[in-house]
Design a protein around this ligand. Structure first.
Ligand SMILES: [Fe+2]
Ligand SMILES: [Fe+2]
Length: 343
């Protein structure tokens, strides 16, 4: 049962994002989309919404709007969506319960023959974002990797079943760089590309999970460098170049990850001309799965904006990749990637 109905009548429904983030309670919560809270089932987590009380000027309080053990009322969800409010909140210690519920729902949605591929894709993209958040927050925990493998399996099935194009895959992509979106986008595009170039069906999810986790080592580096809103100094760049090895070192203990996936993590910055890092491998020494991911990784990074750099258009990105940067890539794969993107 809905605890109360104050939200529907509230005049303070729209609390701006900054005020929410400045709340001393914000760090206790994870933001999730109201569309991913399942309907018609008893929830295994509480759902919160930040509100400013009319009488107080002291920031926001997170009000519990649905109790664990109750159902999320469709009426409330519709109300949020009609008002273009997407974010609700779950407590960090119940995030895993939320994830289990939303991933189960995602699997059902993917297998529903009546939903259109774009809608399915939007839901998988959001769920992949939740899982990435869990992995980046705690890269050593196995649970996030298990969830990522679950998503990659379902997403691969979806790509094969619907023959999705690169433009549909990238329909919901973020244009602003952040590690979460970049990880998901590289995974989704790599899986689409691997299918396009007819990689064996059982190898595609193996490549996909490697692509999903390719930058996980960045989670071990100082946040000030990773999120620096300006060009990196030479010294900082040197620190960044440690991330393939760091990622590999975290992931090599996970028994469920295959060698091809781990090769992607450690080799995705190796270049065809031998000038890459960390090991300066030559083209024939680089796992083809890592050669594929290297192309997609560069493409995705260049088409996203940074505070100090505007995003390039897909066309301009490919132009640079095929000219100034061409020594970096396997030329045959790059040619196929251009065709995959529809140019
Ligand atoms: Fe990287
Ligand atoms: Fe990357």
């Amino acid at each position: 049962m809905l605890i109360k109905d104050p939200i529907i009548d509230s005049r303070t429904l729209r609390v701006d994002r900054r005020t929410i983030e400045e709340s001393p309670f914000f760090h206790q919560f994870e933001t999730v989309s109201v569309e991913d809270v399942p309907l018609n089932q008893f929830l295994s987590f509480d759902v919160y919404f930040p509100m400013t009380s009319d009488s107080s000027k002291s920031g926001v309080t997170f009000k519990k709007i649905v109790n664990r053990g109750d159902e999320f009322p469709a009426k409330l969800r519709n109300f949020f969506l009609q008002n273009e409010i997407k974010a609700v909140y779950v407590k960090k210690d119940e995030y895993e319960d939320f994830l289990n519920a939303t991933l189960k729902r995602m699997a059902q949605i993917i297998e529903n023959p009546y939903l259109n591929p774009a809608k399915k894709l939007e839901i998988v993209y959001r769920n992949a974002g939740y899982v990435t958040r869990m992995i980046i927050n705690d890269p050593k925990a196995g649970k996030g990797i298990e969830h990522a493998q679950f998503i990659v399996e379902y997403y691969t099935r979806f790509v094969i079943a619907h023959q999705v194009s690169a433009s549909l895959i990238s329909k919901f992509f973020s244009k602003d760089y952040n590690l979460f979106a970049h990880s998901v986008q590289v995974a989704f595009l790599t899986i689409g590309f691997a299918h396009f170039i007819r990689q064996p069906v059982n190898l595609i999810p193996v490549i996909g999970i490697g692509a999903f986790l390719h930058d996980v080592g960045k989670a071990m580096l100082p946040a000030e460098i990773i999120n620096k809103p300006a060009q990196l100094t030479e010294e900082e760049f040197k620190i960044i170049t440690q991330h393939p090895q760091l990622g590999y070192d975290i992931l090599k203990h996970h028994k469920s990850l295959r060698k091809d996936s781990l090769d992607i993590v450690i080799q995705h910055h190796e270049r065809a001309d031998g000038n890459g890092y960390p090991n300066g491998l030559k083209l024939h020494e680089i796992n083809p799965a890592a050669q594929i991911t290297h192309i997609v990784d560069c493409y995705d990074a260049m088409t996203m904006s940074r505070p100090y750099k505007e995003a390039l258009s897909p066309f301009d990105t490919l132009k640079i990749m095929c000219t100034d940067m061409k020594e970096s890539f396997n030329s045959k794969l790059l040619e196929l990637f251009v065709i995959f993107l529809g140019y």
